[in-house]
Design a protein around this ligand. Structure first.
Ligand code: 5AD
Ligand code: SF4
Length: 489
């Protein structure tokens, strides 16, 4: 499962609600589109695909939903509070629609997929509901709404990867971009709605990925984050084809892979790394059951693959992991962490943790805390368990940990993580880091910001010789709770 804040922290909710816009026109003659995205990096990336599809049909964009002809909200369903936020936002769109009755309001993505036509019953102002595999149908669906109907397409696909669609970069700094390498998930973690909202796992043609990344590099981008719910199960067979019949051919396979072999994630990473040494590569999310030493050695081999792995543990206790259907246990996870530390001692590791999963005891919670002591994560996304309708856990287990207990366990996890985040940042102090300048710091245009290889944010005084999009060596002098402070050397 994937999560970031700008490239890396896919489920950072601080990014939720960020408005995404674009511009163009033709047959729709300047109709204005507004898209707002919630949730994971994959949702943000999907909004760029939606934008591309509609710009091809002549839509323009606007940053103000009150002036828009079409207002889309690309939703997240992963936790209940994410859905509540979407409903609140729809109320605000409803007020704008009173003044502008021709406005088309659409719900896209995971929550659309989960609720399907029920959404139209529950939210009277919603005109169109579209699941994540049906975006090519959006122009037709908008036509139907223009003809006075309400429209739904929530069909999931086994093939759709939007491989041939060149995403429009929304709200981009021109330096970092998300590139989706696969869709869906076959893992069935018992707490998770994603297999139901995003459908079966399928990998995208590696040539289309390499082409998209090459085009980004040529357009000045310097960092791509390869996205998938479980990138380690990326697998492409040369017999697979793009929708229009353009598949991977033997000449285009990496050397040594000719003759019907699969392309796995390690090989894909290498193909992207070889585009240019100045193109940095990140990826998310890694699944502890699938991450191989081959991936780790590929990371080690290429300086431009960032030494950072998002490796969600969810729980540190083997019984709870089994109930979660994560298909690894505590020892297996520790073994993978040991492999990372052995092969790339400098590699940063982040995680996702769920507090208070069904039947979790105090001792089992203590195992999660001790796992945190073992790994000393650089960063963590921490959640209280919330039951999601339709999931295996909702069907099989009682959500029996009282809210107050879940909350207290979460606070213990958060407090511990705060210490380790600080510990890891302090480990970077006194060293020189290669940083890609991403722009000016949020607080001052006298400072630049950018991340080091391990994904730690650094802030340092502007030096006129260097511009955003360039790499600089920065000496870390000190750190705050979340940021390294330094100067270019
Ligand atoms: N309750 C709490 N957290 C959840 N996550 C996914 N589903 C749930 C749920 N029902 C968390 C997991 C996952 C991250 C994206 O969200 O930690 O890795
Ligand atoms: Fe991630 Fe598991 Fe959900 Fe798949 S089912 S998206 S691996 S948490």
């Amino acid at each position: 499962m994937m999560e970031f804040v700008l490239p890396d922290k896919a489920h950072d909710e601080s990014r939720q609600g960020e408005a995404l816009m674009l511009e163009q026109n033709d047959k729709n003659n300047g109709r204005k589109l507004y898209i707002e995205s919630y949730g994971c990096a994959m949702n943000f990336s999907d909004s760029e695909i939606v934008a591309s599809i509609l710009m091809d049909k002549g839509f323009e964009t606007t940053s103000d939903y009150r002036n828009a002809d079409v207002v889309f909200i690309n939703t997240c369903s992963i936790r209940e509070n994410a859905e509540q936020r979407v409903r609140n936002r729809l109320r605000e769109f409803g007020i704008a629609k009173v003044k502008n009755p021709g406005m088309v309001v659409g719900v896209l993505g995971c929550m659309a997929e989960r609720l399907k036509s029920k959404f139209l019953e529950e939210e009277k102002l919603v005109d169109v509901v579209v699941g994540p595999d049906a975006y090519r149908d959006l122009p037709n669906l908008i036509d139907q709404v223009d003809d006075g109907q309400r429209a739904v397409n929530v069909l999931l696909s086994r093939e759709e990867t939007y491989a041939d669609i060149n995403p429009v970069r929304l709200n981009s700094n021109g330096i970092n971009a998300f590139v989706s390498i696969m869709r869906g998930c076959d893992n069935m973690c018992s707490f998770c709605v994603v297999p139901f909202t995003r459908g079966r796992e399928r990998s995208r043609d590696p040539q289309s990925i390499v082409k998209e990344c090459t085009d980004l590099f040529n357009a000045g981008y310097r960092e791509v984050t390869l996205l998938g719910q479980n990138v380690d199960s990326y697998k492409w067979s040369p017999s697979q084809t793009l929708p229009e019949g353009k598949g991977l051919n033997e000449e285009s396979l990496p050397s040594g892979e000719v003759g019907g072999a699969f392309v796995n994630f390690a090989q894909l990473l290498e193909m992207v790394a070889l585009i240019h040494p100045d193109l940095r590569i990140r990826f998310s999310t890694s699944h502890p059951k699938d991450i191989t030493d081959e991936v780790l050695y590929t990371m080690k081999k290429h300086d431009n693959i960032c030494k950072y792995i998002h490796l969600p543990v969810q729980s540190g206790n083997s019984r709870v992991l089994e109930l979660m259907n994560r298909t690894y246990d505590r020892e297996w996870y520790m073994n993978r962490v040991d492999a990372i530390n052995r092969i790339m001692p400098e590699c940063a590791i982040s995680t996702d943790i769920i507090a208070g999963f069904c039947t979790e005891t105090e001792e089992e919670h203590a195992d999660t805390l001790s796992m945190m002591d073992y790994v000393k994560y650089d960063y963590a996304y921490m959640f209280m368990y919330s039951e999601r309708p339709g999931t295996l856990a909702a069907k099989r287990y009682a959500d029996d940990i009282p809210e107050a207990v879940k909350n207290r366990r979460l606070q213990e996890i958060v407090a511990k993580q705060r210490e380790y985040s600080h510990y890891r940042l302090q480990g970077h102090v006194g060293k020189v880091h290669r940083v890609l300048i991403e722009g000016f710091s949020k607080k001052s245009d006298k400072d630049y910001c950018g991340r080091n290889d391990q994904n730690a944010m650094m802030v340092f005084p502007v030096d006129e010789r260097f511009k955003p999009g360039q790499y600089v060596n920065v000496f870390a002098e000190s750190c705050t709770t979340a940021t390294l402070l330094g100067k270019i050397v």
